[in-house]
Every structure is written in structure tokens, then in C-alpha cells.
Design a binder for this molecule. Sequence first.
Ligand code: FAD
Ligand code: FES
Length: 445
Amino acid sequence: MLESLKKIQNPFIRSVTAAATVGSVLTLVAALVIGVINGKDKSVYRFGTYSSLLGIGCGAVFGLVFTSHKQSTQDISYQQDDQTISNNKIWKDWRRFVVVRKVKESEEITSFYLQPEDKGNIPNFQPGQFLTINLDIPGQNKPVIRTYSLSDYPEICDYYRLSIKREGVPNGLDVPPGIASNFMHDHIHEGSVILVKPPNGKFVLDLQKSLPAVLISNGVGITPMLSMAKAVTQLNPKRPIWFVHGARNGKFHAFRHEIAELAQKNPNLHLHFRYSRPTPEDEGHFQSVGYVDTALIKELVEQEAEYFLCGSPLFMQSIIEGLKESGVPDDRVFFESFGKPMKVVFNSQHQTVTVGERIEEAEIVFTKSGKTINWKQEDGNILDFAEANEIYPPFSCRVGICGTCMCKIYSGEIAYQEEPTAKIEEGSVLICISQPKSSRVVLDI
Ligand SMILES: Cc1cc2nc3c(=O)[nH]c(=O)nc-3n(C[C@H](O)[C@H](O)[C@H](O)COP(=O)(O)OP(=O)(O)OC[C@H]3O[C@@H](n4cnc5c(N)ncnc54)[C@H](O)[C@@H]3O)c2cc1C
Ligand code: FES
């Protein structure tokens, strides 16, 4: 009963419910007592009435106290973050999440549904955002931290879904396969617990806008696009959406049915699946053969629109260049790279390369590691340089998106090699995309 009471958010309703429940129980008990003792004695009736009233009063007070107790507990454990939608409480740092469902979506992609182990609330997120996860993998000398886009947009946000592609060994290289993605596929099952940071990221679709949106992806780049298409279908269904996706064939095409079902609900959602190597079983499930390119986009979308891109670097590079050549303004194109940074061709505020003044040499003091090492231009960014010198700071995206590599800078200056996407705290720097700008830099690493 207490559990049911806990679920009532409104303090007034909770108080009335508690009052009614306790009052009814006491009335019932009093009636029994009256029946057993002496049904005709007036003082016994008075006793019955007073105890019922007392029960109602106690119940009401208990309901209120229970409410304020619950709220103060939440206030301690969660911290408000102005980036998230109002009324949602957000946690800080790592929180334990249980994998409640694991679903194979394609040959390479598997989804993981996550709920907090503490059974508390989780904040809603903006479509396109990601989660950062922390895995304790045997054989790795430190936690493995990675970022994954939220691939769903539930009507009631009581779980998060990540959809992860198993990263194999790149052609022609003699290196190990992807650490985190293979661990997730092989060793994380329903019931497993992983550490998770709150939703984050600036690659988001503004749900207030009415301008048509074109969501272009290939491979696992489909994950943020699916979340965006679902969010628009729920919250702004009049907004025209083109969902253009490239895959090898149906076996490698995750969420084909999920998106097709969505399009049945939303007449303003237009789908185009292009397969590079379709099989006979794919007949009727795709619209064209080849690779998604600008010519296809132009053919499909003849009106003004916003473009969202996520996929392999070369794919995005060619489409971004094509859109630019077609006269699409910089501020209408948004993209997210899951891997290495792309050569930036657009100059909008959030995508500009801002290489600071270059210096050729510098001394970097890594205070926590107790090392002072001379850095040269050819050593690259500070994260690469640290690793080359057996210092291993945490990282995930290595492209300035996730904020995992952020550290305090005690003195000196750094120059960013490209515009950071992550929100940077005052007095901190992202070392994965920066290099020294002064002759001495002191970092909290
Ligand atoms: C914002 C964001 C969102 C993302 N969303 C998703 C998502 O929704 N789904 C998803 O699947 N991924 C997503 N990613 C990518 C994800 O974060 C991981 O980068 C990805 O899963 C690979 O991690 P891993 O540990 O498996 O591979 P890693 O161990 O990091 O290896 C990556 C690749 O490099 C190869 N490799 C290993 N050593 C070397 C070497 N010495 N030289 C060259 N190559 C080497 C590996 O074989 C592998 O193919 C996202 C990334 C970002 C930044
Ligand atoms: S590792 Fe993601 S911002 Fe540096």
C-alpha cells in the first residue's frame, strides 16, 4: 500500500487518499468493536466516531509528511540541469542502470533497454542526444567509456534505449575488434548493470519548428534519426519529415519494421530506403539501389528544409559538400560523427574549425601523474600525447562531443583544433581536440 501511495505525485491527492484509507480502516475496526462490546451504549458510538475522525486526520497528515519526505530524498540524490526539459530531475555523474531488455535489430546492431537500478525517475531527453556509458571490462586496465545515441523516443520516458553496432576489425588491419561494442554484444545481458551518465549532446532536432526536416543516415547512424522521427510523430506530426537511409540490404537494416509502422501512423513521414546490395528477400522493402547521395536528396526534397546527417565519415562528407554546392545555407545542415572528425566544409557557428595560434613546442605538466613532458607540434592533441607517454585519461568520442576527456587547467592556455561540441566547465579544457597555446600548460591529469 505504501508503494502505491508513493506513486501519487500530487501532495493533496496523496493526503486525501491516505486520510480516506486510514479513516475507513479505523471505522471498520470501530464498527466491529461496537458490535462485539455493546451496540446500545452511546459512549461506544462516540468512541467509534472519534476514532474514525482521528484516523482521517492522521491519514491526511501522514500523506503530507510522506510527500515532503519523498521530495527531500529526491532533492539530495538528483541535481537539476538547465539543459534538460523542465520538471525533470537529472542525476549527476554515474548512475547504475539495469539492462531490462536486449533485442537483436540486425546482423550487426543490438538494442539495450535500460532502467535505473534505484527505480527512480529518469529525465526526458531531446531527440538526437546520447548517453555516456562506463564498462568495467576484464583485461582493460581502466574503465572503458563510450557514448551511444538514444535510439527511441518513448511516450512516457521510463527507459532509455541504446542500439549498438558490433565493431569488427577494419579491413586490412591487424588490430583487435571494438572493445566496448563487442563486450556489450557478448557479455551484457538482461539483468546486467552498467554505469550511465545523463543524456547529453547538441545534435538535436528542435521540436517547435515547422520547417521540413530531412533525416539522412547510413548504417548505425540511423539511431539518432529514429529518435527524431518518433519525437516529431508524437509531438509535431504536421511537420514534414523525410527519412532517407542507406544499408547494404535487409539483413543489415535495423529498425526497418519499426520505421515502416511509424510511417503508417504519420502521413507526413516519407521514407526512402536505398540498399547497395539488396537480396531477393528484400523485394518490396526498399525504394532504390545504390548509395544515398545528394542527387537522391534533391530528387526527393524539392522544398526548403533542414538537414540532419549521421553516418560514416565519407558518406557525410560527400552529402554535406553536395548540399553546400546546391546552395543549402550552412545553418540548415546539422551532423554528428560517431568516429574521427570530418574535414569541416560548413562554416556555421557550431561547426567552425577554430585552430588557435600554433606554437611549436611546450612543456605540459600532468600534475596527478607527476610527469612533466615536452610536447612538439607533431605530437598532436594532448590526449594522444598523454597516451603516448603512458598517461591514460578517460575519453570516449575523441572528437570534442561527449565531454569525457574534460580536465581542469591550472595554468597556461590551449588552442582547440576544432570547435568543441561538448559543454565545457569554466577552468576546464577538452584534451582530445586541443594542443598547447602557451609554452607551459599545467593540467589536472
Ligand atoms: C555522439 C556519439 C554517438 C554514438 N552513437 C552510437 C550508436 O548509437 N551506436 C553505435 O553503435 N555507436 C555509436 N557511437 C560510437 C561508439 O561511441 C563507439 O565509438 C563504438 O561503439 C566503437 O567502440 P568500441 O569500443 O567497440 O571500439 P574501439 O575499441 O574504440 O575500436 C574502434 C575501431 O577501431 C579498431 N581499432 C582498434 N585498435 C586500432 C588501432 N590500433 N588502429 C586502428 N584501428 C584500431 C577496432 O577494430 C574498431 O573497429 C557513437 C559515438 C558518438 C561520439
Ligand atoms: S573524449 Fe569526448 S570530448 Fe574528448
